[in-house]
Design a protein around this ligand. Structure first.
Ligand code: NZQ
Ligand code: ZN
Length: 383
């Protein structure tokens, strides 16, 4: 196992009816800006629960944060925070609202000339407005991690800082019952791929991390399809919600090599072609598995035996079956597993490789061995 420091300070407040608890988790004298997305919270009762919980607080609201939150929209909120003096942010929504609010928190206190620079590779956040969140879509893990992804035109970039980690996250699985099936599927697939990108590298004898990861993968494989078939089952939703948080809260990634190739290529697919985040991942991951079949062989076989119970003849036969089972899981979730299913062709590959180059994504993978040529080969395997 590699050396690591692990600290996750987000207080998790889990279960039905827990939105009421935000009242005791935000200082009474705070001036709160509640941020949200396109309005789902106003039609599903979440907004009313937040209003009730904040009845003794001073607060205002900022809505309209879009999926793949846009820099220009977020900057409107930054101005509001600065001019009105809000000193606490409460994000109510999915990963986009939580990520967008993390950016608002950092940009409102940014001393440089252009807040877009917060997303530069070498940027460091020096201070941020404190924030909490009420999560309505289990997927990204943003509710208890320190990362955020922000878009501007065809740029989709990320930043991370412990200063934007939410102080608390309310996870009420009941609020996920109003999610459209597409978003339920996206969430399960995103959490699955987060787990894979911290697991599917090479063995470092990290038994706890491996077995936690395998437990999360099994949970998502078991419960994901159930959520599609029995959308009213609250226990299924609860298990998915907790799995998605655990998949990217730092725990399973501590002390192990990681490979975020699928996400980095996926972000370019979203930026250029507006494909939902999770759907880019279900397209790219199987191709990464095929391309890295030899380099990742030990972990692929471990995954096959422990997660799917695959038993077969030769290693090569096993690997085919294991990659096939992964694709079958994505298909069961109704997400695409090839570029062509998303309407893309060979002609679309080079611009994606160019974007990776522009963004300095020249040494992806656990060994830094995936450069532009390998990314092109992966995209060709994804056709
Ligand atoms: O905007 P509203 O009206 O709220 O509707 C949203 C949105 O249209 C809707 N929704 C959310 N909760 C709902 C609901 N509809 C009905 N009932 C509910 N309870 O769902 C739609 C999608 O929401 P969004 O927040 O965009 O989805 P998700 O949570 O998948 O977030 C995706 C974003 O997170 C980033 C992605 O790149 C993408 O920008 N990621 C953030 C990460 C992180 N911070 O660690 C890691 C991830 O890998 C990912 O990159
Ligand atoms: Zn993701």
């Amino acid at each position: 196992m590699n050396k690591f420091t692990f600290q996750n300070s987000t207080k998790i407040i889990f279960g039905e009816g827990q939105i009421a608890e935000i009242s005791s988790n935000i200082p009474k004298d705070a001036r709160i800006l509640v941020t949200y997305g396109g309005g789902s919270i106003k039609s599903n009762g979440v907004y009313d629960q937040v209003c009730e919980a904040l009845s003794d607080h001073t607060w205002d609201e900022f809505g309209g944060i879009e999926p793949n939150p846009q820099f220009a929209t977020l900057m409107e909120a930054v101005k509001l925070v600065q001019t009105e003096g809000f000193d606490y942010l409460l994000a109510v929504g999915g990963g986009s609202v939580v990520d967008g609010t993390k950016f608002i928190a950092a940009a409102a206190e940014y001393k440089g000339s252009d807040p877009w620079d917060i997303l530069a590779a070498d940027a460091k956040v020096e201070s941020a407005v404190p924030m909490g969140c009420v999560l309505t879509l289990p997927a990204t893990g943003s509710e208890s991690n320190m990362g955020a992804v922000v878009s501007k035109g065809s740029e989709k970039l990320s930043f991370g800082s412990p200063l934007v980690r939410p102080q608390f996250a309310v996870l009420d699985p009941a609020v996920t019952l109003t999610l459209p099936a597409r978003q339920v599927a996206n969430g399960v697939v995103d959490a699955f791929v987060h787990t894979m990108e911290q697991y599917l590298t090479y063995p470092v004898n990290a038994k706890v991390q491996d077995r936690f990861s395998e437990g999360l993968l099994q949970t998502l494989i078991e419960e994901g399809p159930k959520a599609m078939i029995e959308p009213e089952d609250l226990e299924v939703r609860a298990n998915i919600m907790w799995a998605a948080t655990m998949a990217l809260n730092g725990l399973i990634g501590a002390g192990v090599p990681q490979d975020w190739t699928t996400h980095m290529i996926g972000h370019e697919l979203t930026a250029l072609h507006k494909i939902d985040h999770a759907r880019t991942l279900s397209i790219v991951l199987p191709a990464v598995m095929r391309h890295q079949r030899e380099a990742k062989k030990d972990k692929l076989l471990q995954y096959g035996v422990r997660v799917f119970g695959v038993e077969c003849g030769t290693e090569e036969e096993c690997l085919d079956i294991i990659i096939g089972r992964t694709v079958a899981f994505f298909r069961a979730m109704g997400v695409p597993t090839s570029l062509s299913e998303a309407g893309l062709s060979r002609d679309d590959i080079e611009p994606i490789v160019e974007q990776l180059r522009t963004h300095g994504m020249l040494k992806l993978g656990e060994h830094g061995a995936i450069g532009p040529d390998e990314a092109r080969e992966i995209l060709e395997l994804a056709l």
